[in-house]
Design a protein around this ligand. Structure first.
Ligand SMILES: Nc1ncnc2c1ncn2[C@@H]1O[C@H](COP(=O)(O)OP(=O)(O)OP(=O)(O)O)[C@@H](O)[C@H]1O
Ligand SMILES: [Mg+2]
Length: 495
């Protein structure tokens, strides 16, 4: 969503007599810019309040005795004309009953006027009665135009202090602006300033640094992990049907498809045997489509150290939306909706979260391709398996003999072994029932052994490693069989 869209949406809220609007954000400055535009186009004066600056208009000084929240609210209650009020970080002051009351009365009084009170801060926790009166507005992350502006301003500001050399072609600049997607304006400025400070230049080399810095910022949030395209070298053996499906689906992103009123692909879900490449497939999709990858650790949605689940989910989708085109990989997706079947186990939280997820899945804009990976299909809510939620649900089975050959080759090659020296057919035969993860493990274990004995790795040593391992498909034979039976005819095989 663009700056302009935010202005329009907020204007619509104000005009429909919403007198108390809460915008939970750290991006005060952006809200300020948006609100002053709203005020201007509605021909209303724009006032601000903060505990340090008091109640004031524009760059003027505090009016009267309004440093204290209560003083400011009382002052506002006496004003005769309509206005837009932006109250920064008011919430911590709402612990006092008289302040809460004053806000409530003021909001009620303004309900039938053209005025609106806008609360900003992070977090915004309101007493229940105020929450009921307030409408929440989500500030989207800055769009391309805002990011471009921000970069320009940082460069100009730094030029005033030191020589700055900008060495970017049109394409480079576009790439840089795209690389900044998903960051707040403040983060954008910091990242760009850092990139310039190093050597006094802004060059294509800085794009990589920006992508890395963004990765760190996103990871720090605790919920999303960012894999830049540049770091995605994962190879996936087998999965022939999936690969074909992807080649087809990719055409769904083209202008030609759009012209035929075809929707861009929404997402796929992987279910299947442990260690057989569900997670890897998510990484592979991003790589095939040359898109950055965002991983949402579903289990962490409920992590109380990370904060409120619903808010976290919203935040994650906001970042993903801002970074589009992107692959959003939700690993262990069943954990996100852990107890949807046991409705009240968590006060309906996972029910609500599941509801928001389905809605989002249905309504999200093109450009965020969702890849769900489920480790336990029995715990998936049936609604998720229904047709139309995902474009396709894939079942990932144990690799076939030919696939095992490829998987051996991938993992030997990635550890600098000359694949031609090994009897892949024999290895594949001996690896019957092994998952990709177990094959990789056998390669690693026998390489350790070879290193210790200072002997080159041989087919024989690999066969030994296979012989001494009991694969999961044997150890947990019944579970694997049950999963296969459940999936047959229901899901599309990947191979
Ligand atoms: N088809 C494959 N091609 C290449 N490597 C594979 C394949 N399948 C599995 N592997 C190897 O096994 C590792 C584990 O696979 P992955 O994590 O994708 O499995 P998973 O199905 O997500 O397992 P889990 O159920 O434990 O989450 C991969 O990182 C990769 O090294
Ligand atoms: Mg996995």
């Amino acid at each position: 969503m663009s700056h302009q869209q935010s202005v329009l949406d907020l204007k619509a809220l104000v005009r429909s007599f919403h007198s108390l609007i809460a915008i939970e954000t750290v991006e005060e400055e952006r809200v300020r810019a948006i609100l002053s535009e709203v005020a201007e186009s509605l021909q209303l004066p724009f006032f601000e309040w903060s505990v340090t600056a008091g109640f004031h208009r524009g760059y003027g000084s505090a009016i009267g005795n309004t440093q204290e929240a209560l003083g400011a609210l009382k002052h506002m209650a006496e004003l005769q004309h309509d206005a837009i009020y932006m109250l920064k970080d008011l919430c911590p002051h709402l612990t006092k009953p008289e302040t809460t009351r004053a806000l409530r009365e003021l909001a009620a009084k303004l309900t039938h006027t053209a005025s609106a009170i806008v609360l900003t801060g992070e977090p915004i926790e309101l007493p229940r009665d105020l929450e009921a009166m307030a409408v929440r507005f989500t500030l989207e992350l800055p769009d391309e135009g805002e990011r471009r502006d921000a970069v320009r301003r940082v460069v100009d500001a730094m030029k005033a202090r030191q020589p700055v050399q900008v060495d970017l072609s049109r394409d480079d600049a576009q790439h840089l602006i795209q690389a900044l997607a998903g960051l707040t304006l403040q983060q954008t400025r910091t990242v760009i300033a850092q990139a310039i400070v190093d050597d006094g230049k802004l060059t294509p080399l800085d794009i990589d640094q920006v992508i890395r810095a963004k990765g760190e910022i996103i990871d720090r949030g605790g919920l999303l992990e960012f894999f830049p395209l540049e770091d995605n070298h994962f190879e996936l053996g087998g999965f022939a049907r999936l690969k074909e499906w992807l080649a087809n689906a990719q055409t769904g992103f083209t202008a030609e498809a759009k012209a035929l009123n075809l929707q861009a692909p929404k997402g796929v879900l992987f279910a299947g045997v442990q260690g057989c490449g569900k997670s890897l497939a998510a990484k592979f999709i991003a790589r095939e489509w040359k898109l950055p990858l965002l991983k949402l650790e579903a289990g962490r949605l409920y992590d109380k150290y990370v904060g409120e689940s619903e808010k976290n989910f919203r935040r994650a989708t906001t970042v993903a939306q801002a970074m589009a085109p992107v692959v959003l990989w939700i690993d262990e997706i069943e954990k996100a909706f852990a107890s949807t079947t046991a409705a009240d186990a968590d006060g309906g939280l996972s029910q609500r979260l599941f509801g928001s997820f389905l809605t989002w899945l249905q309504e999200k804009e093109d450009g965020v391709f969702v890849v769900g990976a489920a480790n336990d299909v029995n715990r998936l809510p049936p609604e998720l398996l229904r047709k139309g939620r995902f474009d396709e649900i894939f079942f990932v089975d144990l690799p076939t003999s030919a696939e095992r050959e490829t998987i051996f080759a991938i993992h030997l090659r990635s550890r600098k072994q000359d694949v031609a020296r090994f009897d892949l057919a024999q290895l594949a035969a001996a690896g019957e029932g092994f998952s990709g993860a177990e094959i990789e493990q056998a390669v690693i274990a026998s390489l350790y052994c070879a290193l210790r004995t200072k002997a080159p790795l041989t087919t024989e040593a690999l066969l030994d490693a296979l012989r001494t391992t009991v694969p999961l498909s044997v150890a947990r034979h019944e579970d694997v069989e049950r999963l296969r039976r459940f999936s047959e005819g229901r899901f599309t095989p990947v191979a």
